[in-house]
Design a protein around this ligand. Structure first.
Ligand code: NAP
Length: 382
């Protein structure tokens, strides 16, 4: 039996992770759950999965959560040290981090410090501080298993060869809802259109990131850190059907792909069972029914976010944290209908260009750069 903590259990990935565990109850037990403010859903999850502890980041709702749950049935935590307390328990084996955005960075660091396996959906943590996270994990002997479908696909394909036989990885992208839109029309797209992703059901932030292709930029950076690649070893290809989740090309010309219907339960389950597999509760892929799969080059002019992702991989340092912070603020401004769709990437590029670059940042430098970029982005937007 493995004991699992799910950080961000009320979100899209968190709910899928609970679905996976419902199907694997004989092997995995939920011992901790966390959310930001959705206390009612969290309470329902606690009733069903009966974890030992639960944490709510936004303390304003803690009274409601306490009133809803039977007294002494579960340890209820809030405040800055709550994640630390939850993941440091001796009986925790795996922590799924499905928090959205920069709030996931301190959590990822706590998981690694405590020597627990990190099943990581929160790619923003690696984008902000990949160098620090990866070297800390190496020092502590901690495995970071990606939940992102593309990186799970790469991890699975890599098992076909030796690390020094890898030529490059090819990350697939659905292209989002605007892949066939003319460039000139992108500034006019509405929030509703941007939130209507063609193949994946996800949280709002990643759905907008998928529409700008900033999500792919974040994934290029994530791939660099997870698999120790340089920018020339990471390709992106548009694949509208989202069936091939990514590919690895080896030195002999063999290309190994991982395929399946677009269902996040597959990479979530693989992160739990890695390096083994268990029976899954997902639909089978019927290639004959699909008929054909399509691939084409991404248009970097139309989606300049991709270029910014490569720039971060090449320059490193505080570029990643700056891109991430500026993007989080700009996406929120678009969600609040304060800026146009095309302003998201333009603003991020501007803030990256102007920031005070540090080549080898400490964690404190990263937190400072994050705060600075958020301030500058807000200034730029207003
Ligand atoms: N969705 C996908 O298919 C998908 C695929 C690949 C990777 N990812 C990555 O997985 C992560 C989660 O994405 P999602 O789509 O599941 O997001 P989501 O649906 O918005 O859920 C986010 C979760 O994080 C919690 N949260 C938000 N702010 C927090 C804070 N300040 N402190 C603690 N918890 C906080 C939320 O709690 P409340 O519910 O209380 O707000 C919720 O449980 C992102 O990094 C995303 O890029 C997602």
């Amino acid at each position: 039996m493995k004991n699992v903590v799910i950080l961000g259990s009320t979100g899209s990935i968190g709910k899928n992770a609970l679905d996976v565990i419902r199907n694997l109850r004989h092997k995995y037990k939920v011992v901790g759950l966390s959310a930001n403010s959705r206390w009612e859903l969290l309470a329902k999850q606690v009733e069903e999965f009966k974890p030992k502890s639960v944490s709510l980041a936004d303390g304003r709702w803690i009274k409601e959560l306490k009133n809803k749950l039977p007294q002494n049935s579960v340890q209820i935590l809030t405040g800055t040290d709550s994640v630390k307390e939850m993941v440091s328990r001796d009986d925790v084996d795996i922590v799924i981090s499905a928090i959205v955005g920069a709030a996931g960075l301190p959590a990822a660091i706590e998981v690694i410090k405590n020597g627990k396996t990190l099943a990581l959906a929160n790619k923003e943590a690696l984008v902000m501080a990949g160098g620090i996270i990866v070297s800390m994990a190496r020092e502590k002997g901690v495995s970071i298993i990606p939940i992102d479908s593309e990186h799970s696909a790469i991890l699975q394909a890599l098992r076909a060869g030796h690390p020094n036989e890898v030529k490059k990885v090819i990350i697939t992208a659905s292209g989002g809802p605007f892949r066939d839109y003319p460039k000139e029309k992108l500034s006019e797209v509405t929030l509703e259109e941007a939130l209507n992703h063609p193949t994946w059901q996800m949280g709002q932030k990643i759905t907008i990131d998928s529409a700008t292709l900033m999500n792919k930029a974040l994934e290029i950076i994530e791939a660099k850190w997870l698999f120790n690649l340089d920018s020339t070893q990471i390709d992106v290809i548009i694949h509208p059907e989202s069936i091939v989740h990514s590919l690895v090309e080896f030195c002999d010309g063999s290309v190994i792909a991982q395929m399946g219907l677009p269902d996040m339960k597959v990479p979530i389950q693989y992160a739990l069972t890695y390096p083994y597999r268990e029976n899954g509760n997902v639909e089978s892929l019927d290639l004959a029914k699909l008929g054909s799969l399509n691939f084409r080059k991404p248009d970097m002019d139309k989606f300049p976010a991709l270029r910014l992702g490569y720039e971060v991989v090449e320059k490193g340092g505080t570029m990643g944290v700056t891109l991430n912070a500026a993007n989080e603020i700009a996406v929120q401004a678009f969600l609040d209908r304060k800026i146009k769709f095309t302003d998201i990437t333009k603003t991020v590029e501007h803030v990256m260009k102007e920031h005070n670059f540090i080549k080898d940042p400490t964690l404190q430098d990263i937190m400072d750069a994050d705060a600075h970029a958020r301030k500058e982005t807000k200034k730029c937007i207003s």
